[in-house]
Write a protein that binds this ligand. Structure first.
Ligand SMILES: NC(=O)c1ccc[n+]([C@@H]2O[C@H](COP(=O)([O-])OP(=O)(O)OC[C@H]3O[C@@H](n4cnc5c(N)ncnc54)[C@H](O)[C@@H]3O)[C@@H](O)[C@H]2O)c1
Ligand SMILES: O=C(O)C[C@H](O)C(=O)O
Length: 308
């Protein structure tokens, strides 16, 4: 199993580290445009191998895509992150050009690969990769919902005073401050609806804190987060590499599912060796449907800013 991660920055390196520590891939290539940067990150990570007990071989490359040839999975984390006070959508001007160039370079060398898009604004970048590469929809997957759901579970556990392992919940919709749709109605503590334990007001606070999870961290860190994003990507890579068929909310091209067309947005999917094995259509309440519709309008408006 060969995995390429483009962008050796905060998220790319964290993602490569978690993939290596989980020890399911034989090879991870990290590629960056900055001279020597990916090679340095790869060497530093390889020097953790004996300490962390993994055999994954990590190699760095400065923009040499021939090193990425025949990758089974490629992750795109290249591009600029936001600064405090910015929205993810404001990154489109710089990141669209980077993501377009990177995705076409990747498939030149790995025509059968599965691409996971991380760069922001992620739903629009995932749509752009569709337009730029023409790959089948099961092989282009945006990462957002896995991270947002992890943050949702963190906030739920905090509100419930429960261990996170006792909590389950999912966030669908666009990966944006306004567009996320945390499914509070379906969240549970060990199979019991969370509404049995906490008030509607507290649950609303959990929902709001979840939606601004990325912005909150950006305010604290001065740049956007990397540990949870890296862990979220690595879990998706593992599900594909090990053909687990686990459900993750992912950004995927919708062609009528959830009543939506011609955009990529977060919905539950089954991940396996073919990438997206299927989209899971769950019954949403009237208000969840309305939030999803509103979220889709936001994503489509950002898509319109692309020059395709
Ligand atoms: N989808 C998500 O949930 C999620 C989560 C976190 C971050 N992000 C996004 O991921 C991106 C990366 O964030 P980061 O914190 O790692 O940023 P970073 O600045 O630490 O790293 C980005 C890296 O991309 C490299 N790069 C730029 N242009 C490139 C090119 N053409 N080819 C190869 N490499 C190139 C840079 O040299 C840099 O090393 C940002 O757009 C950020 O908003 C998304
Ligand atoms: O918040 C950001 O800009 C980065 C990322 O999308 C996140 O949610 O951490």
């Amino acid at each position: 199993m060969k995995v390429t991660v483009v962008g050796a920055g905060a998220v790319g390196a964290s993602c490569a580290e978690y993939i290596a520590i989980k020890n399911f891939a034989s090879e991870v290539i990290i590629l960056d445009i900055k001279e020597g940067f990916a090679e340095g990150k790869a060497m530093d990570l390889m020097q953790t191998a004996s300490l962390n007990g993994f055999d994954t071989k990590i190699t760095g490359s400065t923009n040499d895509y021939s090193k990425t040839a025949d990758s089974d999975i490629c992750v795109i984390t290249s591009g600029i992150p936001r600064k405090p006070g910015m929205t993810r959508e404001e990154l489109i001007g710089i990141n669209a050009g980077i993501v377009k160039m990177v995705s076409t370079s990747l498939i030149e060398h790995s025509p059968n690969t599965i691409i996971i898009v991380v760069s922001n604004p992620m739903d629009t970048m995932t749509y752009l990769v569709h337009k730029a590469t023409g790959l089948p929809k099961n092989r282009i997957i945006g990462m957002g919902g896995a991270l947002d759901s992890a943050r949702f579970k963190y906030r739920l556990a905090e509100a419930l005073g429960a261990p996170i392992s006792d909590v389950d919940g999912m966030v669908i919709g666009g990966h944006s401050d306004k567009g996320m749709v945390p499914l509070t109605r379906l969240a549970t503590r060990n199979s019991v609806p969370v509404s049995e334990f906490i008030s509607e007001e507290r649950l609303e606070q959990v929902l709001q804190d979840t939606k601004v999870g990325g912005a909150t961290l950006t305010g604290l860190l001065g740049t956007s987060a990397w540990y949870a994003p890296g862990a979220a990507v690595s879990s998706m890579v593992q599900a594909i590499a090990c053909d687990t068929k686990k459900i993750f909310p992912c950004s995927t091209l919708l062609e009528g599912e959830y009543g939506l067309h011609d955009l990529c947005i977060g919905v539950p999917v089954i991940l396996g060796k073919n990438g997206i094995e299927s989209i899971v259509e769950i019954n949403l309440s009237t208000s969840e449907k309305a939030h999803m519709q509103e979220s889709a309008i936001g994503v489509s408006a950002t898509n319109k800013l692309l020059t395709l």
